[in-house]
Design a binder for this molecule. Sequence first.
Ligand code: MG
Length: 390
Amino acid sequence: MKTVTILGASGSIGSSALAFLRLHREAFSLESIALGRDWKAALQIAREFGCTTVALADPEAARRFRDESGGLACAVIDGPHAASAVAAMPVDVVLAAISGSIGYAPVLAAVRARNRVALANKEALVCGGRGLLDLARQLSTSIVPVDSEHSAILQCLAAGRPEEVRRIELTASGGPFRRWSREAMSQASVADALNHPVWPMGSKNSLDSATMANKGLELIETAYLFDIAPNSIDVLINPSSLLHSAVHYVDGSMIAMLGKADMRNAVGYGLTYPDRMVTGVDPLDLAEVGVLTFSRADNDRFPCIDLAREAVRQGQGAAMMFNAANEIAGRLFMCGAIGFLQIEQIITGCLASDTSRYAADVDDVVPADAAAKAFAEAYAGARFAAAEVD
Ligand code: MG
């Protein structure tokens, strides 16, 4: 029996993971879950899976959970460090699916406890950088990507040796604005930006897909995880999101991973790696698909991809800033303080500052991230009068 902890159990990745675990009750035991404030979902999951520990960041939600969970033999931890506390409890695999850099500390806690991490939180890796991967290696544990593209790349890399890799094709759906002009994007509303054509996701990831900052973060993640230069990673648009990424080898072969656009696939692989188990995802019928279309990402309309490439070149502090500025600008857009195109302007402006000061050891990532965000907030406030983060 493999033991599992899910951080971010009520989100879309968490739900995919629960669906996977329901198929394999004999093989996996869900030990602990961490959630923000959704105590009702926590109660439901804890009852269904017989979890031993529940972490709720919000103390009031934890109080409600305790009041309502009569008869449930389940420990409750609350407060801002609750997710890190359960992440450090020994299990076979911790699924890290809390989005945003707030998910970093629990990932670090899991690695320090030598728990394998199935990583769905890209910001944790972008902020932690190579230091986080080195630490995992030193402690003989591993970080297995759960992002669909990185899961695909990991699978494609199984076909050869690292020195045989020529380039990586990181695929993207193109997001809701794939066909929009810059002019139209300048008027885009929050609802437009959150209307993702393929993947149902939380609002952070949906907005990041609209700006393609998501692909920028994924490019940084790819460079770190697979130790490849940013210039050797190309972004390929496949609007149907059936080809999840590919690897070019020196002999001219290209190994691609295809499958239905269903996160249960990558989540399942993250939990079972290097084995494979039934995920409930049906096989892809290429005859039925008929045609797959591809194009290059348009860097002029979506500059966040090149900004991310440049951030990797500049160093970890710049990658940290890319993420921080994107989070701050995204929040400002969501509350109507700035327009859609101002997101990339804020990222550009922040990356032009001295970002080397945000490079940090694994233990100093949280304050460095806070400093980068404070800078981004001040920058946005000075540049756009209406910009205020609530
Ligand atoms: Mg992805």
